[in-house]
Ligand binder design. Structure first.
Ligand SMILES: CCCCCCCCCCCCCCCCCCCCCCCCCC(=O)SCCNC(=O)CCNC(=O)[C@H](O)C(C)(C)COP(=O)(O)OP(=O)(O)OC[C@H]1O[C@@H](n2cnc3c(N)ncnc32)[C@H](O)[C@@H]1OP(=O)(O)O
Ligand SMILES: Cc1cc2nc3c(=O)[nH]c(=O)nc-3n(C[C@H](O)[C@H](O)[C@H](O)COP(=O)(O)OP(=O)(O)OC[C@H]3O[C@@H](n4cnc5c(N)ncnc54)[C@H](O)[C@@H]3O)c2cc1C
Length: 620
């Protein structure tokens, strides 16, 4: 029987309800229906074709992108699509486009940092796309260090204006998406200077190009920064360079929701944390976490299908060669990636809730969860994008030579995805922000301030510092509470060890610099605990559909135990599990991969079809 027919037979036997699994993946029936509907809309529209992208010149690729953006906008208006449907349409168009920054950063920044009048002035034009904005923060000389930005905004009380200027070459704005060719306006971040005093970095709306002929306005030098990694990929985006030569803007073009400058030039810091100026980055980081599961599921879908169809070696008496999916190494490389896609999906769902919650709290001037939201968005963005970028490359390698062909889809997926490890915050820099949050929490343990939320486990560090995992047999590792305690103990012990070692240094800053690598690793342990705990919480929910919950339990165990195996050094070095227990976890992992194999060959195929069917629920 042909392998593919065989699949059809096996697929029919798949022991879980794929339609229900699709809804689990989408988050709700409504979300699934919207995605399915918009996916069909995009797939049936020839304007949105993407099979030619890697063959186009940069200029033709950019023109193609503009055509798609204009057509998409037209379809959104014609069909009166909701924001959620429009967002899905943008997702399925599936290439970096200037609208990402207009809708994803320029508008949210005005909403989050502008006052009422400014929102009423700018948002209607932005929503109608009468103006196109970009988010111009990074400069040639500074990206991670926002407080090091050099562009100046000097208040001139004579004329009630700010003078925007690029004093040095390194102060040139560099990288902003949509800046190179399209944007008419920019939200620029510059040093606010009034009465000779530097008040740090604030946001200003500056018009760059004429709304009549789209030419740069006087004092503005602007252009594209050129080709980027890969052929098609991110080259559909006009990342640009921007310099100001004493450009004058009205005082009310400084975003005044977080701080203000009066007519007399007096700087007023309202009673909100200055870090709200960073709020747009926090918003995008939480979106990037949700997007990671999509990119990862696409790569795993390609690698699974290849692994099922590809045969190599192992032919007996002229019979068919072995499917590469049968190889233990293929399974141990592929299955954790599928499990990660679901893990990132669920933690992304939770993070979206956390972000919505903090937004509501901010409206009531409740800043209590801001530090945790910063740590969670920074940490999860760092860990999920690093893991996803590595996973897409692993999927390429899982597909042999074919994985290197553009037509496999993997090279383009990789080239578009990998900058996610850098933009919206370099992943190492963000981990160090998480570490700062962890050290602050540990330092407050004795103060009686009870840690809450994702850091609550630190309140049980007494216990976690000496507990021993209750694992005598491999199957003990199938208990969620055993896994959770192991991950909590690892995270707590790594943080407390760092905190103790910091005390060996003359000052916190010196200690932080010397122990940065350990601190980053402690941050990863904390973030991986969050992902594991949110997967467990998902499994505690009511999950309808025959066999759906069972499959998710298998995926949870594959995710958690493959992580434990990968970081076994941390777990053993921190003493929370013994080498023997580590070996039992690995044994259980092999059983998870191959338990179907021993039952009977067709069941192995069934496991693969299970993977495929799981993936079908992701690849809408
Ligand atoms: C098809 C067509 C469709 C058409 C139509 C469609 C319609 C469609 C409609 C819908 C379409 C929708 C599309 C949407 C797409 C979205 C995705 C887009 C993709 C993305 C694309 C790419 C975007 C890329 C953009 C970019 O890349 S944009 C630039 C990103 N750049 C960075 O990310 C800089 C990192 N660096 C820093 O963030 C800081 O520099 C630094 C390190 C924190 C130090 O900051 P510093 O001020 O020095 O502070 P510290 O001294 O370290 O800390 C001092 C104290 O403040 C604390 N604290 C620091 N922060 C924060 C903080 N936030 N919050 C709270 N606290 C904080 C810290 O905990 C400490 O607290 P304490 O310990 O004192 O208690
Ligand atoms: C595709 C793409 C799109 C982008 N879009 C935009 C946009 O629309 N708007 C915008 O404003 N910016 C944008 N950026 C810029 C992006 O935000 C920056 O590249 C990013 O913040 C990193 O800053 P940097 O490039 O200056 O690197 P740096 O901050 O100089 O970091 C360089 C290296 O040094 C390391 N490093 C730096 N500081 C530390 C530290 N304290 N401890 C340890 N290691 C450290 C980092 O890990 C990194 O490896 C984009 C970038 C890319 C690649």
């Amino acid at each position: 029987m042909e392998a593919l027919d065989y699949h059809a037979e096996e697929r029919r036997k798949a022991e879980f309800d794929v339609e229900e699994m699709k809804i689990v993946w989408a988050g709700s029936r409504q979300a699934y229906e919207i995605s399915d509907r918009v996916a069909r809309l995009v797939a049936s529209d020839p304007v949105f074709r993407k099979d030619n992208r890697t063959m186009l010149s940069r200029k033709d690729l950019f023109k193609d992108t503009l055509r798609k953006a204009a057509h998409a906008w037209k379809r959104i208006i014609e069909l009166r699509l909701s924001e959620e449907e429009a967002s899905k349409l943008r997702f399925f168009v599936d290439q970096p486009v200037f609208t990402d920054l207009h809708w994803g950063m320029f508008i949210p920044a005005i909403k989050g940092q502008g006052n009422e009048e400014q929102q009423q002035k700018w948002l209607p034009m932005a929503y109608k796309m009468q103006i196109i904005g970009c988010y111009a923060q990074t400069e040639l000389g500074h990206g991670s260090n926002v407080q090091g930005l050099e562009t100046t905004a000097t208040f001139d009380p004579e004329t009630d204006e700010f003078v925007i200027h690029s004093p040095t070459l390194t102060s040139s704005k560099w990288w902003p998406g949509g800046l190179g060719k399209v944007s008419t306006h920019a939200l620029i971040y510059a040093r606010l200077i009034t009465d000779g005093q530097d008040h740090g970095v604030h946001g200003f709306i500056v018009q760059l190009r004429s709304l009549d002929d789209h030419l740069p306005l006087p004092g503005i030098t602007v252009g594209d920064i050129g080709m980027k990694f890969g052929s098609g990929a991110y080259n559909s985006m006009d990342n640009g360079v921007l310099r100001f030569d004493h450009v004058r803007i009205l005082r009310d073009q400084m975003l005044m929701g977080v701080s203000q400058v009066t007519r007399e030039g007096k700087f007023m810091q309202s009673d909100v944390p200055r870090q709200l100026v960073y709020g747009t980055m926090v918003y995008v980081r939480q979106k990037i976490v949700a997007d990671a599961s999509c990119a990862l599921s696409r790569a795993v879908c390609i690698a699974t299908r290849y692994s099922v169809v590809r045969r190599q070696f192992g032919s007996h008496n002229g019979g068919p060669e072995t499917q590469v999916i049968d190889y233990k190494t293929q399974q141990s490389r592929l299955f954790p990636l599928l499990a990660s896609a679901y893990a990132f999906r669920f933690v992304g769902e939770w993070l979206k809730w956390l972000y919505t919650d903090v937004t509501q709290r901010l409206q009531a001037s409740d800043f209590s969860t801001l530090p945790e939201v910063h740590a969670c968005t920074a940490g999860l963005k760092s860990v999920t994008t690093s893991a996803t970028a590595d996973a897409i490359e692993e999927c390429r390698k899982l597909c042999g030579g074919h994985g290197y062909l553009s037509s496999s889809g993997l090279p383009e997926l990789f080239a578009v995805y990998v900058p996610a490890c850098t933009y919206e915050g370099d992943n190492v820099v963000l981990l160090l922000q998480v570490a700062r949050f962890l050290m602050k929490t540990v330092s407050q343990l004795g103060s009686g301030k009870k840690p809450v939320g994702t850091i609550a486990y630190m309140g049980r560090s007494e216990h976690l510092l000496q507990c021993r995992c209750e694992v005598e047999r491999a199957e003990d590792w199938l208990k969620p509470n055993v896994i959770l305690e192991a991950f909590e103990a690892r995270a707590a012990r790594m943080s407390v060890t760092c905190a103790k070692n910091l005390n060996n240094f003359a000052n916190q800053e010196e200690g932080f610099a010397q122990l940065a690598t350990d601190l980053a690793e402690a941050a990863v342990a904390h973030v991986q605990l969050i992902i594991v705990s949110k997967f467990i919480e998902k499994l505690q929910q009511d999950i309808p559909g025959k066999g759906v919950k069972r499959q998710l339990e298998i995926l949870f165990n594959v995710y958690a135990l493959s992580l434990l195996h990968k970081h076994l050094g941390d777990f053993v070095a921190s003493g929370c599990i013994t080498p023997k227990q580590g070996a039992l976890a690995n044994e259980q992992l092999r059983l998870l991969y191959s338990q179907v194999h021993f039952d009977n060959p067709s069941l192995l195929l069934y496991m693969v079809l299970l993977l495929e069917r799981l993936l079908q629920s992701t690849s809408f």
